[in-house]
Ligand binder design. Structure first.
Ligand code: ATP
Ligand code: MG
Length: 578
């Protein structure tokens, strides 16, 4: 490819709407162009990288025994009615009607369609197990599309679905996929952590996410990952558990009574005013879960993990209640307390969930639904009864104790590039997808599903591999392997040598660009660094001694060597990829 012909427009400045480095760099280096919120054109450089990630994924999935197919991007409402997800998926599901008025949606994921395919096509246990996958654009009308390709509305995903006759088969395939995922990301030059996670809208019981650790200042890593350095424990914050370090649990009050607590809206103010530790205060928070109010009780020094609470009440959506909504609850119960002074005492017809951490408290402090007053010295079963629902709704904090090996947990931020789920019979039962088992009985398929965000992986790779000059994608997924730059195109020797090197590389199967533009060398070098060619050969003044400059973009190493040596280095690096 000649640089003058390459369809790329690099920009001088970063785009003003971009917050994270991958978004800034991919736009500036001419890889992507925004079409609408969360919808991007993948320009030729981006498309080459995406195809490489797709191909690595394809090779590894095929090697793992999975078979590729392609399902429609548009799906009929009926299937989603069958699975029961039409009503619960939420606004991320882009719904439309065809000219006959039939409901359709843009595929955000394909459990329904694949279950339909299995139901129609797999009749007997003899056809099992099977794992089917596709690589395709998905659409999710995300609340907050942001960070370029990291959280788009349209994005490319590899999604695979396995069908087994029993749990043991599923467990084996799940393991197989976990290993395959690790290999795929390794081949893309990305180190990942496999972490336990919540199953979210996809459903099922067990799931793990593959996280690219991304703990830099711009917060491209949207997930908190808790992990233990001593053992292998790691989990997304929405699923992480811990043992609490010792903290006071007895408030020490000898009598239960309501006391004045002026200006004590926050736990800190209240603890300071009453001279107690925050850990002996019960904090009450109000949420709206699927339009219903929920009160969550948690120890004063801890916070609620919203996904855990959402799961505890079996809701699809959750958010914290506004002060107007709290007022409404109070009014309905003939009370007037503001947030900070509320509790379940005397409140009727509301779901109450207590975190495990509050159960062991004695003589504690809690709101009493009167502004500027709290109840001190309260005990479960006396002034307030323990709610029926007691479970883990606590957000883990760094330094709390690993449940596996009792070491302190650490936290980092991660980008979720892949996710594997044990679905079990969630979809096969709902959609009556059964096969004839060996004993002649009809049984539902035992399913698993396995996703990789192809476009998000590309962006995550840029988050991990860049510097102040531009993109440094690993050789395996960079759009091109190398660039050859004649410093001065009017210099015959430089131009001739550059062309020779270029042709030799091309003939050896190296993906190479020749920058034959009549531009200043500075401009050419800047573009090469910005786009991120893993290797650069420069034909300049050193040709007088028969040498060229060879630069490795990933480690910045520069050598002055013979043209053939530079060529050989690139060829052997490219061959090592295969
Ligand atoms: P997230 O929690 O980040 O919204 P998810 O858990 O809903 O993602 P999955 O249903 O697990 O996503 O989809 C499989 C993979 O698809 C994810 O691991 C991720 O890599 C990718 N993916 C999901 N949503 C997006 C998106 N909006 N933009 C780009 N990639 C995405
Ligand atoms: Mg996920």
């Amino acid at each position: 490819m000649k640089m003058s012909k390459l369809f790329v427009q690099t920009l001088r400045e970063f785009p003003s709407d971009a917050e994270v480095m991958s978004h800034k760099l991919l736009v500036r280096a001419g890889y992507i162009r925004r079409l609408a919120s969360g919808v991007y054109n993948y320009l030729p450089l981006m498309w080459r990288t995406l195809k490489k990630i797709e191909n690595i994924t394809r090779e590894e999935m095929d090697a793992a025994g999975a078979q590729e197919l392609l399902m429609p991007f548009v799906q009929p409402e009926e299937l989603w009615q069958e699975s029961g997800r039409w009503d619960v998926y939420g606004k991320e599901l882009m719904r439309l009607k065809d000219r006959q008025g039939r409901g359709m949606c843009l595929g955000p994921t394909h459990e329904e369609v694949i279950t339909y395919i299995a139901r129609e096509g797999i009749k007997s246990y003899k056809q099992l197990p099977v794992n089917l996958y596709q690589i395709q654009s998905k659409f999710r009308d995300e609340v907050r599309p942001r960070f370029g390709l990291l959280r788009g509305r349209e994005f490319i995903m590899k999604d695979a679905y396995s069908f087994d006759i029993d749990e043991a088969g599923l467990d084996k395939e799940y393991e197989n996929m976990a290993k395959t995922y690790t290999r795929i990301f390794e081949r893309c030059g990305l180190e990942t952590k496999m972490v336990q996670s919540d199953s979210g809208a996809i459903g099922g019981s067990v799931s793990h996410e593959f996280m690219v650790v991304c703990d830099n200042e711009n917060n491209a890593g949207e997930n908190d990952v808790f992990y233990c350095e001593k053992c292998d424990y790691s989990a997304n914050s929405n699923h992480a558990v811990s043992i609490l370090p010792k903290a006071p649990t007895d408030g020490g009050f000898t009598k239960a009574q309501v006391v004045d607590t002026p200006n004590c809206k926050s736990i800190e103010e209240l603890a300071e005013f009453l001279k107690v530790e925050p850990s002996v205060i019960v904090k009450t928070l109000v949420y709206v879960a699927d339009k219903k109010y929920v009160m969550a009780l948690i120890r004063g020094d801890k916070n609620v993990e919203e996904i855990k609470l959402q799961n505890a009440v079996g809701a699809n959506e959750i958010r914290i209640a506004s002060s107007a909504e709290i007022k409404e609850i109070m009014l309905n119960n003939n009370k007037t307390a503001e947030a900070g002074y509320i509790s379940p005492i005397g409140i009727e017809d509301i779901t109450i969930v207590a975190d495990n951490s509050v159960c062991e408290l004695k003589n504690f402090v809690i709101g009493c639904n009167e502004t500027e007053k709290h109840l001190i010295g309260a005990n479960w079963g006396n002034e307030i009864s323990l709610p029926e629902k007691i479970t883990d709704i606590r957000l883990v904090q760094e330094g709390e104790i690993c449940t596996q090996c009792h070491s302190p947990l650490k936290v980092t931020r991660g980008i979720e590039v892949g996710n594997i789920f044990k679905l079990g019979t969630k979809y096969s039962k709902a959609m009556n997808a059964v096969y004839m088992a060996e004993d002649g009985q009809e049984k539902p398929f035992i399913m698993g599903c396995y996703g990789i965000g192809i476009s998000r992986t590309a962006a995550a790779a840029v988050e991990r591999h860049h510097d102040e000059f531009g993109i440094k994608l690993p050789l395996a997924i960079a759009p091109y392997h190398a660039i050859v730059i004649p410093v001065n195109c009017k210099d015959e020797l430089q131009m001739k040598t550059a062309e020779e090197i270029y042709n030799k590389l091309l003939n050896a199967g190296v993906e190479v660009v020749l920058d034959e533009r009549d531009e200043r060398p500075g401009v050419k070098f800047k573009d090469a660094d910005l786009i991120g060619f893993p290797y650069r050969i420069t034909a300049g003044k050193t040709l007088a001694e028969g040498l060229v400059e060879f630069k490795n973009r990933s480690n910045g190493e520069v050598m002055t060597i013979k043209p053939q040596d530079a060529i050989d280095k690139i060829i052997s690096a490219v061959n090592a990829l295969k």
